[in-house]
Design a protein around this ligand. Structure first.
Ligand code: MG
Length: 357
């Protein structure tokens, strides 16, 4: 089997409501949807969704990078994932979003060619997983009302953005806990918004509200600060922006700088690298979460969900971005059970039946 073409489709769709985090505001789902065509008539779907606030990439650059990769990959067998990866890394450095789009489409082809759904191809531990629902930064009462609405709608885990003012963060978490009651898990994401020492003091105070974990309390480059927070925090600490790839994961777990790792396909460049992160973390006794960019439209979330269900060391999922879209740009993929469970399809590959344009 040979790759004959890699087609790109740019997509920009407004979110139902703007999404605020400590780094800035996200207003649109922004994606490059990819179709990899082969000489055997199998087409693989992928998605690269640049999150400028997190990865520094944009849509036009992602499309251009995929065009460059297309030149190197045409003629290769898309099922040879190690070979595809080696060529991609020799063609362009970094560019996780463009690589993830191609990686996802190649996995889709591998699944279709072998007749297996992706979750089974990747490990098959389960065919479903529970996602949390995220509440963006806002006034405490507004966040509390949104969180309550999500819980009434059926979500059991609320992820709350913080990292914008110490006293305001305390008021946010207090209001949300009061609104959702005691049975709902609350996890926090500071998106690099605190300094190490203030983070420890704040987390000790926030612990009164029964917090499951705190994601990325300090700037992404401050590994020592992250380790300090992990050492002195009473609540488990998760790396997100500090962990891009397997090399970051190795450093973080070797230095005992985190308790948990949040993996995103757009950071690490796809499923192939994500599996390496999971394996390194598992060997160190560190559990993983699968996350997504707020800009994703859902094809990549299908790939993330398949990996999250497939591997037992992925114990948490934050795969809620497509809930913020009025309409998905594709047909097929996972179904939703009881609001919060993503149930993976039994069709081969991603189970995406087509793009809507
Ligand atoms: Mg995060």
């Amino acid at each position: 089997m040979k790759i004959t073409d890699i087609k790109t489709h740019m997509m920009k769709v407004p979110l139902i409501r703007p999404f605020h985090i400590s780094l800035g505001v996200i207003t649109h789902a922004v994606s490059c949807l990819v179709e990899i065509e082969t000489d055997e008539g199998i087409t693989g779907y992928g998605e690269g969704s640049p999150g400028p606030l997190i990865t520094g990439e944009n849509l036009e650059g992602t499309v251009e990078t995929i065009r460059v990769l297309r030149e190197s990959l045409t003629g290769m067998d898309p099922r040879d994932l190690e070979a595809v990866y080696t060529v991609m890394n020799r063609t362009v450095a970094h560019a996780g979003t463009a690589k993830a789009a191609i990686d996802i489409a190649c996995h889709d082809i591998l699944g279709k060619a072998s007749g297996l759904p992706l979750y089974r191809l990747l490990g098959g531990c389960s065919n479903e997983l529970e996602t949390d629902m995220t509440v963006g930064l806002d006034e405490p009462q507004t966040m509390a009302e949104l969180a309550k609405a999500h819980v009434e709608n059926g979500f059991g885990i609320i992820k709350t953005k913080v990292g914008a003012g110490i006293e305001q963060d305390l008021a946010r978490v207090k209001a949300i806990r009061q609104a959702v009651g005691d049975d709902v898990k609350i996890r926090l994401d500071a998106n690099q918004g605190w300094h190490a020492k203030e983070a420890v003091e704040l987390i000790k105070r926030l612990n009164e509200y029964d917090i499951e974990l705190v994601e990325q309390p300090v700037p992404r480059f401050d590994f020592e600060g992250l380790k300090y927070v992990t050492t002195y925090s009473p609540v488990p600490i998760m790396a997100d922006e500090s962990c891009w790839d397997a090399k970051d994961a190795l450093r973080l777990v070797s230095e005992r700088a985190v308790d948990l790792i949040n993996i995103k396909l757009m950071k690490c460049g796809g499923l192939y690298e994500a599996k390496k992160i999971v394996n390194i973390a598992e060997a160190a006794g560190v559990e993983c979460m699968l996350g997504c960019m707020a800009e994703e439209s859902g094809i990549a979330i299908n790939a993330s969900a398949a990996l999250g269900a497939a591997l037992s060391n992925i114990t948490r999922a934050d795969l809620d971005a497509s809930f913020s879209l009025k309409e998905l740009p594709f047909t097929g993929g996972f179904t939703i059970r009881d609001t919060r469970y993503l149930v993976l399809p039994e069709e081969p590959g991603l189970g995406i039946s087509g793009l809507k344009f």
